[in-house]
Design a binder for this molecule. Structure first.
Ligand code: NDP
Length: 481
């Protein structure tokens, strides 16, 4: 046995992760892939890595020192289960199997339960940052047992991205906690991207700016409170010119956004948890709407005219408003994402430290940004705040941007520019901020048609009005439906 860590699955993610591991002092990396040609290709291309390669799974396992630790990077789902079975057959109690793929956290919980009786540790680890992250330093979100982290922690810390001197990895919580938090990360990423896309649309349609000019605006924003990887790459995408036509790249890309499903998972689970994640949901829906060309064409053929665009008189002031609306909406989206983490932790019994999660997202992942330091500070100061919007820094930021936020959403509506992200974030904020919500009427309607009962503002108890009788009120037990 010569290797302290093994990687199974040597497609893009696995081979990059293996190279990353091999480049760190103290690691000797064993590699295995179902199709041996892929293993040979990697080993031949990177002699400097000093990989220990094996054609047979038995030899791969034999090359690992104890406790054996192997990271699986294969196709999520069936591929993962096949490899897990092969490793479980050969591993011993105390050994560690890490699934670094994009597994559904429900599957991770099941797999951990299934493997636990063997004494082998199963760790679901969310690994963010794509190919580049895997090679140069990802943000890593491992779940699994506290005990397994003693062995695994130092290995993961050696390859994770580093932000302000700290490795972007922490033991998130037990069993599926890591994959759950990775899922929420991806949901937040959807929301952030959608908000930025809306900001671009506003600057172009109402601000009257060309893509290259908007690139300059984003590059400028990237020096201030909006500083983030996504703002940075947005400037690059907008500056790109298509070689074939000479047009802005953005204008030759079909306006239909795809997805690989983790955003959908986030929303599905948030619905189950009863957490409003409107920012993420609107982002998922916005991609879905964009990918319905037949419906879009049908409505475009039906309408007589589009509203007159209310062109901005002062483009600089307008761009400033957009940046403030973007920031306020972003604060809402992240607040909602963290609410989902809190609700998941409560439901599944995970001891998740929100401040640590914010910190490990500062590097090696798509949503990396300075802004996450503010979230870490807020939860560090008071882990029990009811919402991030209550934390002084964010409360101030939203208050300062509020007037601009309202102007932007109103102008967008009058001009016919769709802003599902900005609009839903503002409505969410107004819902929390309103002293009284029309939910009272909804509850009244529910009592009318379904005898679902209601509570009163002026006394305790549960009540029902005899709507189909004499409309007097009776005190009752809560309805069960
Ligand atoms: P793929 O998802 O394309 O999977 C290909 C790999 O899986 C190959 O090594 C293949 O082996 C192996 N494989 C598939 N089925 C089986 C099986 N039944 N038994 C054994 N091996 C199998 O690879 P990627 O590198 O793109 O992704 C790996 C994981 O990382 C996935 O879970 C993916 O979701 C996740 N991922 C994460 C990203 C991120 O940003 N965090 C980005 C991209 C992916 P063979 O060569 O023999 O076919």
């Amino acid at each position: 046995a010569t290797a302290n860590i093994g990687v199974v699955g040597l497609a893009v993610m696995g081979s990059n992760l293996a190279r990353n591991l091999a480049s760190r002092e103290g690691n000797k990396v064993a590699v295995f892939n179902r199709t041996y040609a892929r293993t040979e290709e990697l080993v031949n291309a990177h002699p400097e890595a000093g990989f220990v390669s094996a054609e047979q799974m038995d030899d791969f396992v034999a090359s690992l020192s104890k406790p054996r630790t192997a990271i699986i990077m294969v196709q999520a789902g069936k591929g993962t289960d096949a490899v897990i079975d092969q490793l479980v057959e050969r591993f011993e109690p105390g050994d560690i199997i890490v699934d670094g793929g994009n597994a559904n956290f429900h599957d991770t919980i099941e797999r951990e339960k299934r493997i636990a009786p063997t004494g082998i540790h199963f760790v679901g680890a969310g690994i963010s940052g794509g190919e580049e992250g895997a090679l140069n330093g990802p943000s890593i979100m491992p779940g699994g047992s506290v005990e397994s982290y003693k062995t695994l922690g130092p290995i993961l810390e050696s390859i994770a991205a580093v932000a302000e001197g700290e490795p972007c990895v922490t033991h998130v919580g037990t069993d599926g906690a890591g994959h759950f938090v990775k899922m929420i990360h991806n949901g937040i990423e959807y929301a952030d991207m959608q908000l930025i896309a809306e900001a671009y649309d506003l600057l172009r349609t109402i601000g009257g700016l060309e893509p290259a000019q908007i690139a300059d605006v984003f590059a400028e924003w990237n020096k201030g409170y909006l500083e983030s990887y996504l703002i940075e790459i947005t400037a690059e995408v907008l500056r790109q010119v298509d070689a074939e036509t000479g047009k802005p790249f953005i204008d030759i890309v079909l306006d239909q956004a795809g997805s690989k499903g983790t955003g959908v998972w986030t929303v599905q689970n948030a619905l189950d948890l009863g957490v409003p994640v409107g920012g993420i949901a609107e982002a998922v829906f916005a991609r879905a709407v964009s990918s319905k060309p037949a419906q879009r064409a049908a409505v475009q053929a039906t309408i007589q005219s589009r509203p007159d665009v209310q062109k901005a008189d002062d483009v600089q002031a307008f761009a400033d408003d957009v940046s403030k609306a973007l920031y306020a909406s972003k604060v809402v989206a992240y607040a909602q994402g963290f609410d989902a983490i809190i609700a998941g932790a409560e439901k599944y019994g995970w001891d998740i430290h929100k401040d640590k999660i914010a910190k490990i997202w500062r590097g090696g992942c798509i949503i990396r940004a300075q802004f996450l330091n503010r979230i870490a500070d807020a939860y560090d100061e008071n882990p029990d705040i009811a919402t991030l919007l209550e934390a002084p820094y964010f409360a101030d930021a939203v208050r300062e941007g509020e007037a601009a936020w309202r102007r932007i959403v109103a102008t967008a509506a009058l001009s016919g520019v769709p802003v599902p992200g900005f609009g839903s974030a503002l409505s969410y904020y107004d819902s929390l901020a309103s002293k009284r919500l029309p939910a009272a009427l909804v509850q009244g309607q529910r009592d009318f048609f379904g005898a679902h009962t209601y509570k009163r503002v002026d006394k305790d108890g549960v009540f029902h009005t005899l709507w189909s009788g004499d409309r007097t009120e009776i005190e009752t037990e809560p309805s069960t439906h």
